[in-house]
Design a protein around this ligand. Structure first.
Ligand SMILES: *Cc1c(COP(=O)(O)O)cnc(C)c1O
Length: 437
């Protein structure tokens, strides 16, 4: 066996992996149809038929309602916008607390700050990696207004218990489903279990419209409030006759017709793309589980996983090499992919626990915890969420080698890279002991 690429040897593979590109002829034709119409977005920010957007936006909303079984779907120009609108729709305001996850893309925790409220971080479940009912319960105060649950990496949170807690304390639940489209929890699609669910269609997600998102809800009032916040609600409420205008100063969160035209066809492809992800992930999990010290994330009974990323747990004591060195060594054996040359397909940890970001530490806004109406003492220091920190700094790694488009030979190269590094753990250990690692 050749020397490890990480130590100067020849990598298992240098030819780039296939691109993950779900865009095809259907999307191109639909975009040309919009171009020919000359109307690239149909919204009007006034009480008018076009307050709800144009034909492609409405068709995409109809398709998404059907795909996940939602009563209402409100297309937006990103999941970030969708989360902001959701927090606003839930009547969150200055002095309120919203319980959030520290192990997620930053927008899911920043959203409360936009409305002057305070994000309160709960710790994650060590298996599904989403905020746990136990930690949420500890963080509930008389000021808590809502919970933002993130189905991180595509695995559903423990929604049944979280919904029971929310009902007990009269809290609203927003589901961030950006990484979990069509994941199921006891037969129900995520996004339709809480009060509002938000999905992302940015370029990095399962399906995409460049940038884009959609919010779903089963509640007529919340749907109306989302629509008003999406599109200049303040000018619309009189014409529409909306009595409750709290937080209804609107924005421009409107998705264009060009993007919706792409989205209409992307939605059709989602089920098959998910199936390929699940098949590849199952194959890689079964093979990599044969390496002692590497454990694929289990999928909880009654759930389905969307595998935005495929997650593994790493036992340093068992493997005998620090996680970061091991993962760097596997990464060195493998190339990136076409279209995404600069994005590595394997990584250790995920994002730094969000409460360690300076924005929380230094309270760099004049609202949130600094708001004179805030009577609590939300904490943001190191040690706040020990499971999150353990996962991030020592135990978790993830890869994207399971993406659709990977052939059997591509997947074999991935397994060969892991096996090669595993077989040469002694060389890595010597490297670490020499003080270089
Ligand atoms: C991608 C992502 C978002 C934000 O989505 P955008 O559409 O880029 O705004 C929010 N939450 C999570 C968990 C994400 O992965």
């Amino acid at each position: 066996m050749s020397e490890l690429a990480f130590l100067g040897g020849t990598p298992v593979r240098t030819a780039l992996f296939p691109a993950y590109n779900p865009i095809g002829e259907e999307e191109k034709r639909a975009v040309m149809d919009v171009m020919d119409s000359g109307v690239l977005s149909s919204y009007i920010g006034a009480w008018h038929e076009d307050f709800y957007g144009g034909p492609y936006v409405r068709e995409m909303e109809a398709k998404w309602r059907k795909a996940v079984g939602a009563k209402h779907a409100v297309a937006v120009n990103s999941a970030t916008s969708g989360l902001y609108a959701a927090v606003g729709a839930c009547h969150v305001g200055p002095g309120d607390e919203v319980i959030v996850s520290p192990y997620t893309m930053s927008a899911s925790a920043v959203a409360p700050l936009i409305y002057g409220a305070v994000p309160v971080f709960a710790d994650i479940d060590p298996l599904d990696l989403c905020i746990s009912p136990e930690s949420i319960r500890e963080r509930i105060t008389p000021r808590t207004k809502a919970i933002i649950v993130v189905h991180i990496f595509g695995h559903p949170a423990r929604m049944e218990e979280i919904m029971a807690l929310a009902r007990e304390h009269n809290l609203l639940v927003i589901e961030d489903c950006a990484q979990a489209p069509m994941s199921r929890c006891n037969g129900e699609y995520v996004g339709c279990i809480g009060d509002i669910g938000v999905f992302s269609f940015n370029y990095h997600k399962h399906i995409h419209t460049g940038e884009g998102g959609i919010a779903v809800t089963g509640n007529d009032t919340l749907a109306e409030r989302l629509e008003l916040i999406r599109n200049h609600g303040e000018v619309v409420v009189d014409g529409k006759g909306t009595p409750d205008i709290f937080n209804i100063i609107g924005s421009n969160y409107r998705l264009t017709e060009l993007q919706a035209a792409v989205g209409v066809h992307q939605v059709d492809k989602l089920a098959s793309l998910l199936e390929q992800r699940r098949a590849n992930a199952a194959f890689l999990a079964a093979e990599l589980a044969k390496l002692p010290g590497i454990t694929p994330q289990p999928t909880r009974q009654g759930c389905t996983h969307a595998y935005y990323n495929q997650v593994f747990f790493y036992d340093e004591a068992c493997v005998g090499v620090p996680r970061n060195v091991f993962i760097k060594a596997v990464g060195a054996e493998l190339p990136s992919a076409h279209l995404r040359e600069r994005v590595p397909l394997i990584g250790y940890g995920y994002v730094k626990p969000l409460y360690l970001q300076r924005i929380y530490h230094e309270h760099s806004t004049n609202c949130g915890p600094k708001c004179p109406r805030y009577k609590g003492d939300a904490q943001y220091g190191p040690g706040l969420c020990p499971i999150t920190e353990r996962m991030h700094y020592t135990e978790l790694f993830n890869h994207e080698f399971h993406r659709p488009g990977m052939s059997a030979a591509d997947l074999q190269d991935v397994l060969d890279a892991y096996a090669k590094v595993y077989a040469q753990r002694d060389a890595l250990r010597a490297y670490v002991q020499s003080g270089k690692g």
